[in-house]
Every structure is written in structure tokens, then in C-alpha cells.
Design a protein around this ligand. Sequence first.
Ligand SMILES: Cc1cc2nc3c(=O)[nH]c(=O)nc-3n(C[C@H](O)[C@H](O)[C@H](O)COP(=O)(O)O)c2cc1C
Length: 379
Amino acid sequence: MTGSSSAVAPERLLSPITAGELELPHRVWMAPLTRSRAEQPGDIPWELNAEYYAQRADPKTGAGLIISEATQVAPTGKGYAFTPGIHSDEQVAGWKKVTDAVHARGGQIALQLWHVGRISHVDLQPDGRKPVAPSAIRAAGGQTITSAESGRVAVSEPRELETDEIPGVIDQFRHGAQLAKDAGFDAVEIHGANGYLLDQFLRSGSNKREDRYGGSLENRLRFCLEVTDAVVGVWGGGRVGYRVAPLGAFNDMRDDDPMETFGALAEKLGERGLAFLHVVEAFGPTERTDESERVYAACRERFKGAGGGIYVGNGGDDAQLAEERIAEGLTDAVAFGKLFIANPDLAERMRRGGPYNAWDDSTFYGGTEKGYTDYPSLA
Ligand SMILES: Cc1cc2nc3c(=O)[nH]c(=O)nc-3n(C[C@H](O)[C@H](O)[C@H](O)COP(=O)(O)O)c2cc1C
């Protein structure tokens, strides 16, 4: 059992919020959650996925905004078996089933645009080629799953992208953003967190390039901002969010100066009028500390997006902590991950002060409806 057992409804958390062009009924957002259950072959969303999202879509009981699981914008952007894509017509048709089901319940859903970069394996890549990355540095300790039978395997060594290949990768994001629009999403979130391609370009530990995409902070920001500009070109800033994990060490990530790196990124994203900045504040071994809180404060202060800048916090929160952080001005909305896996009607449970179903981490990734669409709602 997790979460607050307080009987006092978290009023701020359950109050409406505007994020860019998104008018949202409350601040209990569903965090992006990879569940590795796309239909095969083709990494295509299907009815089972539509049912899962629909269960969480009614804003009276479920999410104020759903952010989808990370979705690769190209075959080369794939890093795990069974994750969905947004690069083929079949995938657009599959996602349309999801967005229709969410909209039928009155909900809103953003697609998380993803390229894994070096967090992949030759067995997942077209023609068994090496995954691409800013630099040819394998993520130490990085793991993936390549098939139903593989178990966890070490990620492959990547190859460094040529400078003249980079516009093509940016085009993949533009294309994915356009297909997300065609599939009926309400918004998109750029996945800049957790050690995937954008994070790899941004942070000094994974980017050792000597061209205009590496070295100085300005150069390390360039790829992230060019991707953002491409996506904003499709959607307008008011329907684009961006996710970061400034202190995240997952996937062998580090940076010499997170305060300045992520503060500068937040400022540049704000100048583009983005709907929200989504910050993974605590995840796995990364916990909130005095130092991390200072970095998050810098991001919050420097992000002047649409409406002055909407900041969405995430990580290990329950209703009470989320309510407190909003009250203290530390966040505007809160995304919940594991609690939403186990509680389709999370907002309703928070309104009532619980109780909460416990999650089963053995069914997080892959499989069928067990541990996916069979968590009960309250009567
Ligand atoms: C099963 C699982 C899958 C996840 N998949 C994604 C993902 O696709 N994209 C992403 O940005 N974060 C992903 N995360 C991180 C979550 O969005 C969130 O940051 C993390 O679970 C901490 O929030 P929580 O304590 O509320 O669960 C995942 C986490 C879990 C547990």
C-alpha cells in the first residue's frame, strides 16, 4: 500500500490548470510509462492499449492529462522489444484507436516522442547495425530487453552520428510529431530525460563531439533545441511539453554542471513558448536532495513558457506530498507513474483519501492484460 491515507481532499492538486493551449480539469497527470505491449510485428498500438488508456482517461476519476508511454519516432530510435512507434501508417491507425478511446471518456492525451540513441542493441536495429549516439560511448551498466526470451542484456556499443546525418534525425522527430497530430493526439511531449538521445547530446558525460553539436554548452544544447523547433513547427509551442531528468543517473548519465546545463535549457525552451516543462525529480536511485532542489528551482525560475511557464514535477509523490509541493510553489502540477499503473481512478482515490491498489513490478514490461488492464477501480 502506498500513498496518503489523509481524509482531506488535496484541493490544489484537484483544481484546474491551463498549460499553453491545454485546458485541464486538474493537476493529477499520468506520467509516461513504457509497458512494452504493442502488437507485433510492427510495434503497433492496438485494442488492449486503447482499453488501458481509456481506463485512466475520464478526468473526473483519472488523469487531468495522460502522457503516453515513450514512442520511437524511427526504427533506429527503438531500444526495447515491444515498444510502440510513431513512424508508420499502421501505427497511426493504431494510435487513433487509443486517442478515440481517450476522447470518448472526455480525456486528453499527449504522445511522448522518443529516440533512445545509444540505449539499444544491434538485435533491435535495422539490419543489425550499431545504434547511433552523439559519441561512441557505451552506457556502462545500461540494459535492455531484445525479445520475449532475452531477459535483460547489456546495451550495444553505439557509433557516433556524422554531422551531416543529424538533420535527418531531426526530421524523424518532425515526422513523428506530424504523425502524432494525424493520430489525433492533443499534444506531444519531447522525451529529453533518462539518458536517451536528447539527454545524451545535452550532458557532458555522453557528448564528446568536436563539431557544432558538442563541447560548449551552447553546442550541447543545439540538438535539443533544433528538435524542439522542428516539433514546435508542427504543433505550435502551446501544445508541446519537454521532459528532463537533471540529476538522473539512470543509463550512465552525468553532467559537469547540471544547474547551468538544465537552467539554460529551461530558459531556451521557455523562449519557444512551450506548454510545460516536465521534470523527473526523483526516480530509482535519484532522490530529492538540497542540491537537486536548487537545480529544480533554477529550471522553474528560468522556464518562462506559455502563460509564464508551467512546471510539472514527478517522482515518488503521493497526494499529500504533491499537494504540499503545489502549496509551497515548488510545482504547478504533478505526474504520477507507478500509482497510475495500479490505480486507473487515481484522482478519485485522491479525492476520497484512498485506498490505493499496490503495483506489481513483475508485470511492468511486456505480457498481456495481467498487471495492465486488470487493476480495479473503486465501486
Ligand atoms: C514501468 C515504468 C516505465 C516507465 N517508462 C517511462 C517512459 O516511457 N518515459 C519516461 O519519460 N519515463 C518513464 N518512466 C519514469 C516515470 O515516468 C516516472 O518518472 C517514475 O516512475 C517516477 O515517478 P513515480 O514515482 O510517480 O512512479 C517509467 C517508469 C516505470 C516505473
